[in-house]
Design a protein around this ligand. Structure first.
Ligand SMILES: C[S@@+](CC[C@H](N)C(=O)[O-])C[C@H]1O[C@@H](n2cnc3c(N)ncnc32)[C@H](O)[C@@H]1O
Length: 203
């Protein structure tokens, strides 16, 4: 029987790199979701693709435990959840060319100007994220915040190893334009606009 201990992954020690072959099995393609929240996206995607490994990174303790418990209840064996700061993890502990996809849905927008520096999507983070992707690997970002989206588009366009590709593709877990995270469902119900962008590592 699956237990929380099978799903939860401790953050790496300083200087340590995550070993996806050891975590998911040799050669298994790995997708990561940052800010995985209650785990709705990961649950659907991991159940649809049992031969892939999925790593969810979530900072908020209660929500991360809720998602981990959800994976246990559904018996999902190919998801690991880690409670840590994703920005630090991506910059310091993900091996180059080790991720097939990186999903970031509704990153905290930090709307006040004086808080913009806390936003996840900034050039150093994106450079590290691109280095972590395999060539041909994909980064997909969705937000409900128009002004943050402008920043996201600019940062992605400024990264020479990325080329924009369609967001709405079922192979990436997008069904009729929906990623089906908790925040997406809530915001669509409220009638908020949703902004989406995806890009692929070219070199
Ligand atoms: C607006 S919520 C979106 C959650 C989920 N992706 C969804 O769409 O329902 C943003 C989530 O990202 C998490 N988060 C924000 N910054 C983070 C970071 N640096 N590392 C890990 N998680 C982070 C927050 O705790 C929160 O759960």
């Amino acid at each position: 029987m699956l237990t929380l201990g099978d799903v939860i992954l401790e953050p790496p020690a300083p200087g340590e790199m995550l070993d996806f072959d050891a975590i998911f099995g040799p050669g298994v393609p790995v997708e990561m979701e940052i800010g995985s929240g209650k785990g709705g996206f990961l649950l659907n995607r991991a159940r649809a693709l049992p031969d892939r490994g999925f790593l969810g990174i979530e900072w908020a303790n209660k929500i991360y435990l809720y998602a981990a418990d959800r994976m246990v209840r559904w018996g999902v064996r190919n998801v690991r959840l880690m409670r840590t700061d994703a920005s630090h993890l991506v910059r310091h502990s993900i091996r180059p060319e080790s991720l097939t996809m990186l999903h970031i849905y509704h990153p905290d927008p930090w709307p006040k100007k004086r808080h913009h520096k806390r936003r996840l999507i900034q050039p150093p983070f994106v450079a590290a994220a691109v280095a972590a992707l395999k060539p041909g690997g994909r980064i997909a970002i969705q937000t409900d915040h128009a002004e943050y989206f402008e920043q996201i588009k600019q940062v992605l366009a400024g990264e020479p190893r990325l080329r924009e590709v369609p967001f709405n593709v079922p192979e990436a877990g997008v069904v009729d334009g929906f990623v089906q995270t908790n925040f997406e469902i809530k915001y669509r119900r409220e009638g908020r606009p949703i902004y989406q962008i995806a890009a692929e590592r070219t070199a």
